[in-house]
Design a protein. Structure first.
Length: 484
């Protein structure tokens, strides 16, 4: 057998068991607050535990060493199964949502996209609001684990790039006790920034519930909030806190941990981090200047709001603070340019990722040099190191697949009734896990509540594809994947 399906089931069992246990948290919250919805979350938890038990039973006689194919199938299966189960509370708690819309909401939460089909959030059960935040949080840490464990091992992006993020972790980290230490460190850091963000939100005036749920969304670079207004109406202090934690959560977690345990300045020497910071500073400054001269904003407000929105987009958090599509054409064009970039690899951010953009620019520069000087010896570099051919190939393949999926999805969205602007920007937003689109109907001032059921399914697929870096999902649907 090419793929050990029993081993896939064995790997799924503990993950689904943990998800089933987590599902009881909003049930307990609803019960303690004497609100409706306990039954839906209890049912979700039971279903998760039952599926976990079935997988455990099927995987009893499985092997011990997962192949690349097993890892790909496990990753794709886990996110699809969890998304389907996570949609149950939305469907039964919110009668105005169809199952397609419920699935959209669960995919948006788990992929940390942050787009929503739910309106009048202030009137919805708090257990549902908590459930959305929990999906964000587990989706964020789930992707970090995927990005620093499975994808580098399977050459998705290249282990060499992974090593540039944190040189304290090397090839020996693969399926060894060192890997366990690394994963534990990631979880500790993830919980630590959640606690810190929550405390700052409380100091800024949020109540405990709002502070915790918003902090979960912020550190997961998700974007779902407790109100339809998103971050509109919050104080400048809250907005500054959000900017800081969106930036922190967009940077490589392992590099942060490595810097904290040794040379702190190593963090700022990393090419990807420097590039990400430069993009944010340059774009936000340009937007702020346009707001001052074209929209009559005062200096502090212009820089605060521009930095907030730029970081919200580049970090793929997608919080809304005013509608940047209504400011001026120059600002809108800049936001369109950064919509797909995303943050750094090894973080909770989605998108193409900064390091891929930098590698492409390095390849472009090298090719220009060779055109002028055919005999020159020059190779693309990242962090002052020559990029190996496998990494270059994986980056190019990813970008080609991203463009192909974006084009195909946009065409399908147009055929399902969306206009061209909405189709393209909504597709890119979902595929990059950003949240807001930049069309006439779908924009930062609106949500996806008016989107049809077929479009909900299409965008749900885009969100999962984007979150899992596209190729690990696509390959599971090819014939070669199941052949020797």
């Amino acid at each position: 057998m090419v793929i050990d399906f029993r081993l896939v089931a064995k790997l799924l069992a503990p993950a689904l068991f943990l998800f089933g246990i987590v599902s009881f948290i909003p049930a307990i919250y609803a019960l303690c607050n004497t609100t409706h919805g306990t039954g839906a979350f209890v049912a979700t938890g039971i279903i998760g535990l039952f599926v976990s038990f079935c997988c455990h039973t099927l995987g009893k006689k499985a092997g011990q060493n997962p192949s690349i194919r097993v890892l790909f199938l496990f990753t794709t299966s886990l996110w699809v199964i969890v998304a389907l189960i996570a949609a149950i509370p939305f469907y039964y708690q919110l009668p105005d949502l169809s199952f397609s819309q419920s699935l959209f909401e669960s995919c948006s939460g788990l992929s940390t996209t942050g787009s929503t089909v739910i309106t009048h959030l202030e009137q919805r059960p708090q257990a549902i609001i908590l459930w959305r935040a929990i999906l964000h949080y587990i989706g964020g840490v789930g992707f970090v684990a995927l990005a620093v464990v499975i994808l580098p091992i399977s050459a998705m992006g290249g282990m060499s790039i992974f090593k540039t993020e944190s040189q304290s972790f090397d090839d020996s980290a693969k399926f060894t006790p060192h890997l366990k230490t690394m994963v534990i460190s990631l979880f500790v850091w993830y919980v630590a920034i959640l606690v810190a963000c929550t405390l700052f939100y409380v100091v800024g005036g949020f109540d405990i519930f709002t502070a915790i749920t918003t902090a979960m969304s912020t550190v997961a670079t998700g974007g779902m909030t407790t109100t339809d207004a998103s971050m509109n109406g919050t104080t400048p202090f809250i907005q500054y806190v959000t900017i800081v934690f969106m930036l922190i959560s967009s940077c490589p977690f392992l590099l942060i941990l490595s810097s904290l345990s040794g040379n702190f300045f190593k963090f700022f020497k990393d090419q990807q981090v420097k590039g990400f910071i430069i993009i944010n500073v340059v774009v936000a400054t340009a937007v702020a200047i346009s707001l001052i001269y074209l929209n009559d904003y005062d200096l502090e407000k212009a820089f605060r709001i521009s930095f907030f929105n730029v970081v919200a987009v580049t970090s793929t958090t997608g919080y809304s603070l005013e509608d940047f599509t209504l400011w001026n054409p120059f600002a809108s064009s800049l936001f369109l340019c950064i919509l797909a970039i995303g943050g750094c690899s090894g973080s909770t951010s989605g998108g193409i990722k900064t390091f891929r953009i930098q590698i492409c620019l390095s390849m472009f520069n090298t090719q220009l040099q060779k055109l002028l000087h055919p005999h020159i010896v020059s190779e693309p570099r990242f962090n002052r190191k020559v990029i190996d051919p496998a990494t270059l190939s994986s980056v190019i393949t990813y970008l080609v697949s991203y463009i192909f999926i974006a084009m195909l999805s946009s065409i399908v969205a147009c055929s399902l009734g969306l206009d061209l602007g909405d189709s393209i920007t909504a597709t890119v937003s979902c595929l990059s896990n950003v949240g807001p689109a930049m069309g006439t109907t779908l924009n930062p001032s609106s949500n996806f509540s008016q989107v049809s059921n077929p479009l909900c399914l299409l965008f749900s697929a885009d969100m999962i594809l984007g979150r899992l870096e596209i190729l690990p999902v696509l390959i599971c649907f090819t014939r070669m994947f199941y052949k020797r």
